[in-house]
Design a protein. Sequence first.
Length: 142
Amino acid sequence: MSQVAINEDAGPIDHVAIRLMIVEDDALVALGIRLTVEDLGYEVCGIAASEPEAIALAASTHPHLALMDIRLKGTVDGIDTARRLRNEFSLRSVFLSAYTDEQTMARASQTYPLGFVQKPYSAGQLKSALDLALRRLAAPKD
């Protein structure tokens, strides 16, 4: 996986080179997310609805980050999928979910997500979360 390089002096982040994968079980919601992030200037390298699809997509497209729903098709949820993507591909996630109860948030936090956006979301909220996530990815490692 390539590192995301951000020049702090350059002003706004150049989204053109940033590749995202979307992991969302609802096809209409996934399409809405895709349109929103593409309007924000990001490249969407694919959409997965389940853990097996997400693993295959990450392996074949090497995205910079995943936009991850918590509820997915199949027996494995988005939290465990995010954990596997991080362990196997060093791929970090931004969660997009309506599930914000304490137990879910505690489980999600164990995957060290780059952010969390509660559904329903606005384009501005998603833009802010993605900008912050990219800055975190580009931050020097201590």
